[in-house]
Design a protein around this ligand. Structure first.
Ligand code: 6GU
Length: 244
């Protein structure tokens, strides 16, 4: 997969691309990332990429002609163009899974007060990473790139994302490592007994319980099997007991 990022602040991406798993994925050619300077597509002598808003108001608006030239120069038939904007569709794992299958994505990073509305006709998808406002789309672009890159083949060890929170539809079970006893707090015995079926049940139960206590809304999209239904009944009863 190739990810092209069109931005006025390429330098923000350097530590992100040169660290840990993302760096290794790039070095192993599992993904290609290209940073594109939007300013290179300005066409006046002062390299303006933005202008004051029609109708007045504060801030600057990114010009549609500059964006169009940047896209024309970098788009291929395979490109899926994403605009980062707080007005976009809220990003989630379902969108990540679908973007991860693309051959090429182009992420357009917003800045200042946003884009000329006419930019929207040149993009395939508008994405927001949550209900809060950032100074620009660069951090959102990194969120998108990171979440998509980790799903590319061979980036993570096999199986390591299948149990992710949100990948299954439930929140993840708790994990522990040494020491067994830390200041009197011990690792659950079931995890050290080596009974894989018991461990599977324990983890499923804990996933359901955490989801029930923290994110009940996730159950509306999750289909419980018989075993899970029985576990959830038990969790609900226990939750009632502890509030009494
Ligand atoms: Cl994609 N951009 C900006 N500027 N703010 C945001 C966002 C994006 N997503 C949430 N807040």
């Amino acid at each position: 997969m190739k990810i092209k990022i069109i931005t006025l602040f390429k330098e923000m991406f350097i530590p992100f691309l040169e660290t840990s798993i993302i760096k290794r994925a790039i070095n192993n050619n599992l993904v290609e990332v290209e940073l594109i300077d939007l300013r290179a597509y300005a066409n006046d002598k002062h390299n303006h990429v933005d202008d004051t808003p029609y109708g007045g108001g504060v801030g600057m608006v990114i010009k549609v002609d500059v964006v169009k030239r940047a896209l024309d120069a970098n788009k291929t038939n395979a490109s899926k163009v994403i605009l980062t904007t707080p007005k976009g569709k809220t990003y989630n794992q379902q969108i990540v899974n679908s973007l991860a299958k693309e051959k090429e994505i182009i992420i357009l990073c917003g800045h200042y007060e946003g884009f000329d509305e006419r930019v929207c006709q040149y993009v395939d998808e508008e994405i927001s990473i949550g209900d809060y406002v950032l100074t620009g789309g660069e951090i959102a672009a990194m969120v998108i790139a990171d979440s998509v890159i980790r799903l590319q083949k061979d980036v993570l060890t096999k199986g390591s994302y299948e149990d992710d929170s949100f990948q299954t539809g439930l929140l993840e079970y708790p994990q522990y490592t040494r020491p067994f006893n830390f200041l009197g707090s011990e690792v659950p015995q079931v995890l050290v007994n080596g009974n894989h079926e018991e461990i599977r049940k324990y983890r499923l139960y804990e996933s359901l319980k955490t989801t029930y206590l923290r994110r009940k809304d996730l159950f509306s999209k999750y289909e419980l099997n018989q075993e899970e239904q029985e576990m959830l009944e038990k969790i609900k009863k226990e939750a009632l007991q502890t509030t009494k």
